[in-house]
Design a protein around this ligand. Structure first.
Ligand code: SF4
Ligand code: SF4
Length: 685
C-alpha cells in the first residue's frame, strides 16, 4: 500500500488496488478466471493495477520501464506483470470494473457490506489507515475487502458481516463509528466518491460540523418543503443500523423446503437465491447471452434479477404461505429459457436455470403436469419406439387443420412444424464396437435428437472420428432396455425422479470408460453439458465429478486433440468459403465457442464469423409452445435472424443445437448444419 505514494510520482493515469479476496473470488467466476490467472502471479495479498495512457506508445513503454525500476528500488524486484497488448489490458480492466460484483459473489451469509466504502485519506496516510482499519475489523471478529482507487487514497472497503443477524447491524455501527473517528483524525473524508445514503448521513455532523448540517436542512426545506425527495437521507437521516429498513429484516427467515437438487455449494437454496445483489448487470443488451427474456420484453419481471427477487420473497413467506408454488411465481419463471447465460455472465453467479429446475419440481408436485409437458418430457422414452409410426405423426404438418387442432388440444403452436419423424434412426455399426489392443478409443454418446431426428449428424461424427483414426464405441445401458438418455427433457420439466433415474443409468454405463480414461464425446450441447453441469447437483459424488471431467462436445475433443498434436484429420477446402456460426446458449455458458471456431478454422480457406447473438428463442420445447411462440420469434429476431438473412446464399450457417437449427430454418428459411457435418464435407477421402 505504501508503494502507491511513490508510484503516483511517475504520473500514471490510474493506480487501482485489488486485494486477495477479490483475486480469489474472481478465479471462481468463469468469465474472469482466465484473465486473473494470466495477470496474477502466485498468491499475493494485494495487487496494484497501474495504467500509463497516451498517444505515444514508446513513451508509455518508457514509463513502464521506470515502474519496473521503481518497484525494484522499493524492494519488489520482478513484481511487475506487463500488459502492453490492448486485448489483455481491456480484460484486466474488466476484472477491476467488476470489482463490486466480484466481491458480492462471496457465498454464505457473511457478505462484504457497504457503509465505509469510500472514505478518503491522504496518500501518505493510506498504508497506516488500511493497517488500522484491518485492526478494527479484527477487534470485531471479522475481515474486510479492499479495492479501487489507491492513487487518490479512496479505497472501497467492505467489512464482511452477516446482516441476517442482529450482531451484524451492531458491528456495522461500531465499525462505522471507529472508522469515521479515524478518518477525522487523518483530516480525510467519510464520503470521498459515492453518495452519502443512509449509511453515511448520520456522520455528517461529526465530519462537517453542526452549522453545515443546519445549512443542509435549510436548503432541503426550501426546495422540498414536503420532504418528498429521498426522505431519511442526508437530512434527518434514518439510523444506519435500523434493520427494519434493510433487506434482511429481523423477521427474515426462509421457509423449510425439501430441495431436490444439491445446493450445498451455496449453503442452501435460499442462499443461492440471495446471491443476487440487485446490481442489474443482467439488464445489459449489448454483448453476451443474459438475459434473453428481458431483452425481448424489457420487463423487470422477466429479468434474472426480477426472478431472483420474486424467489427470495417467495421462499421467505413474503408472498403468502404458498407463494413459492403459486401461479404468480410460475409467471415470473415462465419466460426463463434456461439458457444459463446468468450462470456465466451474472457477476455473482446467479444460476437461474438450476433454480427453475428446482422450482418446477415443487410446482409440478403441487399442480401436476399437463399432457404437453409430459409429451416433451418423455420424448426420449417413446421416440425410439415410433420408427414405424412416424409417418402418422408427420401428418400433423401435412394435412391442413391438424396443426390447429394440436394447438387447441395440446398447446403446440400451429405456426411451427414439429421435428420430422423418420424410419432410419441412427444405428451403431458393428465394426465400431470391436476394439483392438492399443487403439485410440472414443465413446460417442448419441442423444435422442441426433439418434431419431438429425441422424446425419451422428453419422458425420462417426465418420470424422474414424477418419481421424479413433475407434468409436457406442455405450449401452448396463441392464439393457431402452437407449441411454441424459435426462435433459425431464430436468426441463422438473421431473427430477425420472431425471435421476436416467442419470444413474448413464453413470453406470459410462463410468467404466471414464475409469479407463476413454473420452466421452457428445453432439447436442444441452444434452452433453447436462453431464458436466446438472449431474453434479442431481446426484453429487466422486463418480459424477469424474464423469464431468471426461465428457466433451465433439468440437472440444477435436480442438484439444489438435492442441496436443494428436489430431490426424486430413481436411480439404469445401465449396463454401465462409461460415457463419451461431452458438448454442449452453456452448457459450461453458466457454465452448472457441473450440467450435478452432475446429472450423482447421478447414482450409474457410473464413469463420461468429454471430453475436443471445438465445435463438427456441430453447428446447419453449418455442413450440403456443403461448411462447411470439416471444420466441422476438428473441430470434433481435440479432440472429437478421445476421443469417443478410448472409449471402453461399455462406454456410453452422449451429450445433437441434432447436437452434429448427429456429433458424423457421425464422429465416435457411438450413443450418452441425459442425460434425461441416467437417464431414471437408474430409479428404
Ligand atoms: S441476477 Fe442480475 S441483478 Fe442479480 S446479481 Fe446477477 S446480474 Fe446482478
Ligand atoms: S437462464 Fe437465461 S433466461 Fe433464465 S434468467 Fe438466466 S439469463 Fe435469463
Amino acid at each position: 500500500m505504501d508503494a502507491t505514494q511513490h508510484i503516483v510520482k511517475l504520473d500514471p493515469d490510474a493506480v487501482e488496488l485489488i486485494d486477495r479476496t477479490m483475486i480469489e473470488l474472481a478465479r471462481d467466476i468463469p468469465i474472469f478466471a482466465s484473465t486473473v490467472n494470466r495477470f496474477v502471479r502466485g498468491e499475493p495479498e494485494a495487487l496494484l493495477l497501474v495504467e500509463f495512457a497516451g498517444e505515444n506508445g514508446d513513451q508509455q513503454l518508457r514509463r513502464l520501464r521506470q515502474l519496473v525500476e521503481l518497484m525494484g528500488d522499493l524492494g519488489f524486484p520482478d513484481s511487475v506483470v506487463e500488459a502492453s497488448d490492448k486485448e489483455f489490458q481491456n480484460a484486466i480492466w474488466e476484472v477491476r470494473k467488476s470489482g463490486l460484483n466480484i466481491m458480492m459473489s462471496m457465498k454464505g451469509d457473511g457478505k462484504p457490506v457497504s457503509f465505509i466504502e469510500d472514505c478518503a485519506v491522504q496518500l501518505e496516510d493510506l498504508a497506516e489507515y488500511t493497517r488500522r482499519l484491518t485492526d478494527i475489523f479484527d477487534k470485531h471478529g471479522t475481515t474486510g475487502t479492499f479495492y479501487a482507487h489507491a492513487s487518490v487514497g479512496t479505497l472501497h472497503v467492505r467489512p464482511i458481516l452477516n446482516m441476517k443477524e442482529e450482531s451484524g447491524a451492531t458491528k456495522m455501527r461500531s465499525i462505522a463509528e471507529e472508522c469515521m473517528e479515524m478518518v477525522r483524525e487523518y483530516k480525510g473524508s467519510h464520503s470521498g466518491e459515492h453518495g452519502d445514503g443512509i449509511s453515511r448521513s448520520e456522520f455528517h455532523e461529526p465530519m462537517f460540523g453542526k452549522r453545515m448540517v443546519e445549512n443542509f436542512e435549510e436548503v432541503k426545506r426550501a426546495f422540498d418543503p414536503t420532504n418528498l425527495f429521498n426522505p431519511g437521507k442526508i437530512v434527518n437521516p434514518h439510523r444506519m443500523d435500523d434493520r427494519e429498513i434493510m433487506r434482511f429484516k429481523p423477521a427474515y427467515s426462509p421457509i423449510a423446503l425439501d430441495t431436490s437438487l444439491d445446493w450445498s455449494e451455496w449453503g442452501g437454496f435460499h442462499r443461492a437465491i440471495e446471491m443476487c445483489n440487485n446490481n442489474g448487470a443482467c439488464r445489459k443488451a449489448s454483448v453476451g447471452t443474459m438475459c434473453p427474456s428481458y431483452r425481448a420484453t424489457k420487463d423487470e419481471q422477466h429479468l434474472t434479477r426480477g426472478r431472483a427477487n420474486t424467489l427470495r420473497l417467495a421462499i421467505t413467506g413474503q408472498l403468502g404461505d404458498d407463494g413459492f408454488t403459486s401461479n404468480a411465481m410460475y409467471q415470473a419463471m415462465d419466460l426463463c429459457v434456461s439458457c444459463k447465460g446468468c450462470k456465466r455472465e451474472c457477476p455473482t453467479g446467479v444460476d437461474m436455470a438450476a433454480m427453475k429446475v428446482e422450482f418446477l419440481y415443487h410446482y409440478h408436485q403441487k399442480h401436476g403436469l399437463s399432457v404437453r409437458d409430459r409429451l416433451f418430457a418423455y420424448l426420449p422414452r417413446y421416440a425410439h419406439k415410433l420408427r414405424r409410426l412416424g409417418f402418422l405423426l408427420n401428418l400433423r404438418d401435412k394435412i391442413p387443420g391438424i396443426a390447429t387442432l394440436s394447438e387447441w388440444l395440446l398447446g403446440l403452436s400451429r405456426e411451427r412444424r414439429l421435428p420430422h419423424w423418420r424410419r432410419d434412426h441412427f444405428l451403431p455399426h458393428d465394426e465400431d464396437i470391436m476394439v483392438s489392443e492399443g487403439e485410440r478409443e472414443v465413446v460417442l454418446l448419441v442423444d435422442t435428437f441426433n439418434s431419431c431426428f438429425d441422424v446425419e449428424n451422428a453419422n458425420a461424427a462417426r465418420e470424422v472420428l474414424n477418419a481421424a483414426g479413433y475407434r468409436v464405441i457406442y455405450p449401452q445401458p448396463v441392464k439393457k432396455g431402452r437407449p441411454l438418455c441424459c435426462g435433459r427433457t425431464f430436468l426441463s420439466s422438473g421431473l427430477l425422479g425420472e431425471a435421476k433415474l436416467e442419470a444413474n443409468r448413464m453413470l453406470d454405463a459410462l463410468m467404466p470408460y471414464t475409469e479407463r480414461g476413454v473420452p466421452i464425446v457428445g453432439l447436442e450441447p444441452s444434452c452433453l453439458l447436462t453431464l458436466r453441469d446438472e449431474y453434479k447437483v442431481l446426484m453429487p459424488g466422486d463418480d459424477t465429478d469424474e464423469l464431468a471431467k471426461n465428457v466433451f462436445l465433439l468440437e472440444e475433443f477435436l480442438a484439444t486433440e489438435h492442441a496436443t498434436g494428436r489430431l490426424q484429420l486430413d481436411l480439404k477446402p469445401i465449396v463454401s468459403k465462409k461460415a457463419l456460426l451461431h452458438g448454442h446458449c449452453h456452448q457459450k455458458a461453458f466457454n465452448v465457442m472457441s473450440a467450435v471456431q478452432k475446429v472450423l478454422s482447421l478447414i482450409p480457406e474457410l473464413e469463420v464469423k461468429t454471430i453475436d447473438s443471445s438465445c435463438c428463442g427456441m430453447a428446447g420445447s419453449f418455442g413450440y409452445e403456443k403461448e411462447h411462440y411470439d416471444i420466441s420469434m422476438k428473441m430470434g429476431s433481435l440479432s440472429l435472424f437478421p445476421a443469417v438473412k443478410e448472409a449471402d446464399t453461399d455462406v454456410l450457417i453452422v449451429a450445433d443445437g437441434t432447436s437452434c437449427r429448427s429456429q433458424i430454418e423457421h425464422g429465416t428459411g435457411k438450413q443450418a448444419m452441425h459442425v460434425a457435418r461441416v467437417l464431414q464435407m471437408a474430409l479428404n477421402s
